[in-house]
Design a protein around this ligand. Structure first.
Ligand code: HEM
Length: 88
């Protein structure tokens, strides 16, 4: 990704749901959590529950106080784009 920041759609986010390619959105910010997986104190499988998803709710239920913004600073990808409104 080369340090470039860009907006991420839900569709794009959902593709990154594997252990070797895991992205997660927290409060509108998308992070590549792949490098953090092996360091997560709650284990890889717990962190993977939010992979490819908006993990805000899960994250807050378990450890709202954890400072993910500084921990994942270098893993920041971009802002989560709001879903495109569908015309009916
Ligand atoms: C601990 C789950 C995302 C950082 C834990 C624990 C669980 C968990 C179950 C408790 C381990 C224990 O006490 O035995 C999850 C889930 C996540 C998630 C389900 C998302 C879907 C994250 C993220 C970060 C993070 C994104 C940071 C970048 C930590 C830290 C602890 C922890 C620092 C230790 C907290 C403490 O002991 O006070 N996690 N986690 N987690 N997680 Fe997560």
């Amino acid at each position: 990704v080369g340090g470039k920041v860009f907006d991420v759609s839900m569709d794009e986010l959902s593709k990154h749901n594997k252990k070797d390619d895991a992205w997660m959105a927290i409060r509108g910010k998308v992070y590549n959590v792949t490098p953090y997986l092996e360091y997560h104190p709650g284990g890889e499988d717990e962190l993977m529950r939010g992979a490819g998803l908006d993990g805000t709710q899960l994250f807050d239920e378990i450890h709202k106080w954890v400072n993910y913004e500084s921990m994942l600073e270098k893993c920041y990808i971009g802002k989560l784009k709001a879903a495109t409104p569908v015309k009916k």
